[in-house]
Design a protein around this ligand. Sequence first.
Ligand code: TRP
Length: 453
Amino acid sequence: MAQLDLSTRDSFGSKIGVVAAAAGSAVGLGNIWRFPYVAGESGGAAFLMVYLGFILAIGFPVMLAELTIGRRAQRNALGSFKKLAPGKPWYLVGLMGIGAAFLILAFYSTIAGWTLEYLAQAISNGFDGKSSEELKNSFEQFQAAPFRPLIWQMIFMFLTAYIVYSGVKKGIEKYTKILMPILVLLIIVMSIRSLTLPGAEKGISFLFKPDFSKITWPVILDALGQAAFSLSIGMGTLITYGSYIPKNNNLPITALQVTAADTIIAILAGIMIFPAVFAFNIDPAEGFGLVFIVLPNIFEQMPGGYFFAILFFVLLSIAALTSTVSVLEVVVAYFSEELNMSRRKATILGAIGISFVGVLATLSFGPLSELQLLDRTIFGWFNYLSANVLLPIGAIFIVIFVGWHLGKKNVLDEISNQGELRLRLINLFMVIVKFIAPLAIAAVFIYGLGIIK
Ligand code: TRP
């Protein structure tokens, strides 16, 4: 059992293991569920362009900054700030990250639960013979039900807790290496099916032909929030994972591989979903349910659809699981290292605490759906607040910390593995973390929220 002991901290075993775990965290429902519906609500291609810009200019540097903090300090998200900046209020950034982990996992587990329901439906051949309209209705009935979604959510939280509890190296690292490539392959197969549906061109132009009149400040903020959410940055997941990365690992290469994998899978998800959206006459701005309505439609229309549906939802659940594990790990590493709990107690406490908050998120599609503030349900608020508020703010402080507090000497030392790697772009990186990223994120944030018009 991987016990977290400060003298011999658990760590990832291999280079591939590091990438698998970090990519496992990044690639999840954010790519396949969240990206298509946010892009769909925000006009498609123009959103994609802004999103890609943020991934490159901000996402990648922030990811590298987080990994640097974690590996430098060898501590959890809060302990890292305490260790690198003793006696200063920087630890509050870590504390905010722990809070964000609660919110994110609370609503993420709702959707992860839905994937289990859809897996069960796929197994019982539940999509067969249903029209688009019927698929949509049955989705809406399911999400509004008082019990079923809750039960799936709890099962998912249990699985997450089980893996975190048994340590990351022997469980998640091992399986993600095999399963993520299969997921990519399957998305490609489904994209091809989707692309060959009659009327598919409309979906492709929706995704790739930008109409820049769709770009407004709130849309830009959505793109930034989605980039942060999808890359798992801004709340300490990658600080925590960074603390398990061996000292000889090439951090820029790792960050690059994870960013590339995450981005490719999001785009593939778009190619899989939008042609089908238009072929089946579904509104791309349909929202949270988009993939759950569109995918069953495609499965019905493909040879071997029964089999592919099962495989797909198995893999989607696993992609979600490798992400939920990384969020729970933030809380567990904090509880066990800072509050001196055993890993076991930390896991149980964290999972139960989050599940309580998660019930509110799940019920906001049913019994609590009327409970709204400014047109958003509880789920809507968790989702919006975490991606569009907490992650951007967290990211600002993380880059400022690396740029101004750690400083070039320490950063260079850590990223270059104590001078072993030659880093040509280190000056560019420092300029980005000191000036460009914090200012750009702050500007998008302030304009996106409408604080300044
Ligand atoms: N990135 C994951 C996804 O796209 C979700 C996730 C895992 C996450 N860890 C995170 C999001 C940390 C924000 C912060 O599904």
